[in-house]
Design a protein around this ligand. Sequence first.
Ligand code: SF4
Length: 374
Amino acid sequence: MTYERRKTRQIHVGSVPVGGDAPITVQSMTITKTAAPVPIVADIHNQYKRALEALEAGVQCIRLNPGNIRNAEHIKTVAAECRDRGIPVRIGVNGGSLDQKLYDKYGGKVTPEAMVESARVEMAYFRDVGFDDVKISVKASSVPLMVEAYRMLADDPFFVDADGASVPLHLGVTEAGPMPAGLLKATAGLATLLLEGIGDTIRYSLTADPVEEARAGRQLLESLGLRERKGLDLIACPSCGRAEVDVIEVAGRTQQALDGMNIPIQVAVMGCVVNGPGEAREADLGIAAGRKRGHLFVKGKVVKVVPENEMVDALVAWAGIIDSEGIEKAIEMGDPGAAAEADADRALLLDEQGEDANDAGTRIDHIRKLEEER
Ligand code: SF4
């Protein structure tokens, strides 16, 4: 399934295209020295002269905050300089530092309308000097507010050019906070918009290492199918009364062992052989535990049965086989007796545990009793 992306103009931040048919990009805020070969965006507040200095220093993009650089002539000076140097600008509206005049105009509240109007006012200054190499953000720390502001921006004909392309959008939930709550908050906002085809570049603003921000961005795009998977997609069952191993522990070790291998596969860690291989039959590779052994399966087909303490090593070895030989060949290379061994283990477990290993019948009776007592 693909999502129809809204038509935007393409700009270039250094060698990275943003908007148009370019892949959605991920950016982060660096707190390290910036002599790296990635495009640098200088984030400018309050003093327009800092923007001119940053341009002189050779940055690849400027972000201007319309909320705290408000003098029209100053903004036009920066815009003209960017135009002459061919450097794009992000008009970075922020709910927390909205222009006071707009704040007052909209009843002393930060509203989506006020944020979009701020972007319009700024964009008009850029157009005055014949420059529209611009992307826009309307960030807020409230998810519903930023989602609504971006939707309005995306629908606003003011930002559409003669070719029908609108301005590229940079998405973000600002000051999302520490993980995991910050990650959830940012993902809620970003994913909602991306699934509507809105957004050309994204940033996670987490109170965390910038590497985590970049990783979160990449993983979000991969999980939405908006970027080709480059690495591991680990799935694991939630575990239940049937689990034959500590699924959290095995999944953690698997993640650690496979993360650095950069193999674009989905790997499943399942707690039992009764339901595991079936439930995870779509995974490229998986392991399910049972009777102190691990059943290793490729696309649902059991290829090997290994001792429980070798489960993670076996996953690493077979991930390598899939990477070098492909799925079909890996299945062919499986142990011919593995499927029969696995069936026998499964039958024995079902015998031992019965069909109702989670004791659901007793639980249901208990709940019914409680309801009757009410
Ligand atoms: S039935 Fe098996 S695979 Fe499913 S949650 Fe329980 S342990 Fe995991």
